[in-house]
Design a protein around this ligand. Structure first.
Ligand code: FAD
Length: 460
């Protein structure tokens, strides 16, 4: 596999003649806007961008890349941009914006460029909700292919568990529709194995009968972190599967858009989502509310469409570095170690150290089994810091040290969506020997020359 850096103008024109969307070479002034990503740590520098409008455009792009002997990358929102994609033919999917909801079947069908917000909006009038994550700005397809862990996870499982069909263009350039009965092995691998097997053009998945929930976030003073984390670790064992929670140590920047009590402060952010009545939810939440006085308590009954208010993730692009792992347990010693890493008594330039409570439906195999990694763990642990100024040099090591110090309590690997930038060997270690061999066999069958080797690529 060679890397193409400067395809001739004639070849790019030949590609442009085959697709309906725009085709941009590396010198095109429209390219920076087309590849602009949420995570600005990396700037995508593909050789060519194809602004695909449909599956035929994607197939033409993959075919053309094959003729040039180059790799193919894909981008929707850039929430998961992990490298500069140098020399690749980048398929930009944002024009593939179809969203259809079938309220009777309780399913949605989306094009590859759709963000969760559009699905939430389309499903809500029918009293339905998708299994989106903490931010509705994230892309449906990239999130779901990596598993997809959201605020209803303990009740319903990973987003990948509820995929009904995937349409994709494979390395050979063919357009395929894959479901539980057509190529079950590829269907298994796609749901959890991310972009390794082709460019997904559309996806169909279940919606859940959820119109409202009792949820939101509570900000506590950072000084109370020890009390809160120690309460949290035992409190989660009392929660039913209808309740999904996470807790984060946040060192918030002094941004004017943040409310004054949070601006530039170190706070503990508890996130709570309960699929049940407000009374029931409030009773479940009481021990955490009693653990420390809140700076801001935003937990209330809400329409599902307000789900972003649970995590309050940032929406503006920013340069960050992240590293994640999973924990099999959270004994007192693990909480003490976490406090020694990022508690109120230490100076550390991490924006967020987050624990998400797993178990419930995410701990059980999907009805149609899939390749989502990390299923048996008790918690995810995720560290994120800024990649600006001198910190850009040290942040990879700082986030890695969080994972290393928590290793005594680690489960196997990480959830792929929370792993952070990682080479093929590290990605492959997320699965046990059996599942890794299955994934590599599908990769070998579908993409023997490694056309799809960006993002979280499996080893060749
Ligand atoms: C603010 C924020 C909040 C997040 N919250 C959560 C969360 O709550 N739960 C969770 O599970 N994850 C979460 N994530 C992680 C997120 O799910 C991944 O980064 C995901 O890959 C983003 O997908 P995207 O399409 O938006 O991003 P992109 O950067 O456009 O794509 C990322 C990768 O997804 C794959 N991909 C995208 N489109 C296609 C396609 N059409 N065909 C094949 N592969 C494709 C490719 O490997 C690509 O490199 C969050 C990330 C951020 C930045």
């Amino acid at each position: 596999m060679t890397t193409m850096s400067t395809p001739t103008t004639g070849r790019v024109h030949a590609l442009a003649a085959r697709v309906r969307g725009p085709v941009l070479d590396a010198t095109d002034p429209r390219l920076p806007a087309e590849v602009a990503a949420f995570n600005t740590t990396h700037t995508a520098r593909p050789a060519v961008v194809v602004g695909a409008t449909d599956a035929a455009d994607v197939a033409a792009a993959v075919h053309w890349a094959g003729e040039q002997g180059t790799s193919v990358s894909v981008q929707s929102t850039g929430h998961g941009l992990m490298s500069d994609l140098a020399g690749s033919v980048l398929v930009s999917t944002r024009r593939m914006a179809e969203v259809t909801v079938d309220p009777v079947a309780r399913t949605a069908r989306v094009g590859a460029g759709v963000r969760w917000g559009r699905v939430i909006e389309a499903a809500a009038p029918h009293g339905l909700a998708p299994l989106n994550g903490s931010s509705s700005h994230v892309g449906v397809v990239g999130y779901t292919l990596g598993g997809g862990l959201g605020p209803m996870a303990r009740r319903y499982g990973f987003a990948a568990d509820h995929v009904r069909a995937v349409e994709l263009v494979t390395a050979a350039g063919g357009i395929r529709r894959v479901g539980a009965t057509s190529d079950p092995e590829l269907f298994w691998a796609l749901r959890g194995g991310k972009g390794n097997f082709g460019i997904v053009t559309a996806m169909e998945f279940d919606l859940m009968p959820v119109a409202r929930l009792y949820g939101g976030g509570i900000f506590f003073p950072g000084d109370a972190a020890a009390e809160l984390l120690h309460t949290y670790r035992t409190w989660v064992d009392t929660l039913p599967e209808e309740t999904t929670t996470s807790i984060a140590l946040l060192r918030l920047p002094p941004l004017p858009e943040l409310p004054e009590p949070l601006r530039g402060r170190f706070v503990v952010h508890l996130r709570f989502a309960h699929l049940g009545s407000a009374d029931e939810g409030a009773a479940l939440l009481a021990p955490m509310r009693a653990a420390a006085p809140a700076v801001m308590d935003l937990v209330a009954e809400m329409p599902y469409a307000a789900v972003d208010s649970i995590h309050m993730d940032p929406t503006d692009p920013m340069p960050t570095w992240e590293r994640g792992t999973t924990l099999r347990e959270l004994p007192a010693a693990a909480v003490d170690e976490l406090l020694a890493i990022a508690g109120p008594d230490v100076e550390v330039p991490l924006i967020m150290v987050e624990l998400r409570h797993l178990g419930g439906a995410v701990g059980r195999p999907a009805r149609v089994p899939d390749a989502v990694a990390g299923r048996g763990a008790a918690f995810t642990l995720f560290a994120l810091g800024p990649m600006a100024g001198p910190l850009a040099e040290t942040m990879p090591a700082i986030t890695q040290s969080v994972v290393d110090r928590m290793a005594p309590w680690a489960a196997r690997g990480a959830l792929l969506n929370f792993l952070g930038a990682a080479g093929p060997d590290r990605v492959a270690r997320l699965w046990d020997d059996t599942d890794r061999a299955r994934l590599l066999a599908v990769k070998e069958r579908l993409d023997p020359t490694g056309v799809f080797r960006h993002g979280h690529a499996l080893p060749m």
